[in-house]
Design a protein around this ligand. Structure first.
Ligand SMILES: Nc1ncnc2c1ncn2[C@@H]1O[C@H](COP(=O)(O)OP(=O)(O)OP(=O)(O)O)[C@@H](O)[C@H]1O
Ligand SMILES: [Mg+2]
Length: 234
């Protein structure tokens, strides 16, 4: 369980996150929704220590993640896949995957590579190719697979569906559900596409201007017509 309490962060005079509190249970996908500028990316960046909170905590097993140095994140079980693709195009697919396993401190295990390839068969086919040749969807699969190489317990995903064809989004979302069920991962899924995110999420939190508007079961949020019109765009 990831417990976020009173989390507050600013960029100079702009308060991007304002007293946000919620819980993301283990083995569940929690969708983080809200319009452009609502503070979704800032929430993930603050949880993973990239932005320093002015107040509040994000605790995993009693440990405040916001104070953990970034280089120790992987070791304590947190993986953050930021907006944008972030693959290293000068390296091959397999080299990118191996990089993901390094932060854990031990050598990259063959098992972890095998698991990545069984989850994403297209990456196995392309393992020796430069990441430069991958499509947008394949790059998104590679960054998720790379994050999983560190065997995280918490996975933060910022807009994984951005710019991808609906068919690919469905494929990636299905896979996320499989992973969560199999590994008991805790996932925070930031999405613009609230409808698809709520279709696979267990819970959802809605942000507006840095504040938490509501948190509830995904099904309850999806059925709330007023909330959908006001904040979710569907
Ligand atoms: N590096 C920054 N410096 C100054 N202000 C920032 C910075 N990053 C974000 N902001 C501001 O903080 C607020 C929240 O931004 P954030 O990127 O967290 O929103 P978001 O919900 O992820 O939006 P989007 O859906 O467009 O990705 C916005 O008002 C934004 O302009
Ligand atoms: Mg964002």
């Amino acid at each position: 369980m990831l417990t976020v309490t009173d989390l507050t962060a600013s960029y100079g005079p702009v308060t991007a996150l304002d007293g946000v509190s919620f819980e993301a249970p283990r083995g569940e996908i929690t969708a983080v929704l809200g319009a452009n500028g609502a503070g979704k990316t800032t929430l993930l960046r603050t949880i993973s220590g990239l932005v320093r909170p002015t107040r509040g905590t994000a605790a995993l097993a009693g440990r405040d993640l916001t104070r953990v140095p970034t280089e120790q994140m992987a070791r304590i079980g947190l993986a953050h896949v930021p907006e944008g693709r972030g693959v290293i195009t000068q390296l091959t697919v397999e080299e990118n995957l191996r990089l993901g396993g390094l932060g854990r401190g031990s050598r990259v295990k063959i098992d972890d590579l095998a698991r990545a390839y069984s989850l994403f068969p297209i990456l196995a086919e392309r393992r020796r190719q430069s990441a430069h040749v991958l499509s947008g969807g394949e790059r998104q699969m590679l960054v998720i697979a790379r994050a999983l190489m560190a065997r995280p317990t918490v996975l933060l995903l910022d807009e994984p569906s951005l710019g991808l064809a609906p068919r690919i989004v469905v494929q990636i979302f299905d896979l996320l559900q499989t992973l969560v069920a199999a590994d008991g991962l805790t996932v925070l899924l930031v999405e613009q596409n609230a409808r698809s995110a709520l279709s696979i999420a267990d819970r959802g939190v809605v942000l507006n201007l840095g504040r938490l508007v509501v948190q509830d079961k995904a099904s309850a949020l999806a059925e709330d017509v007023q909330l959908r019109h006001a904040y979710l765009g569907f």
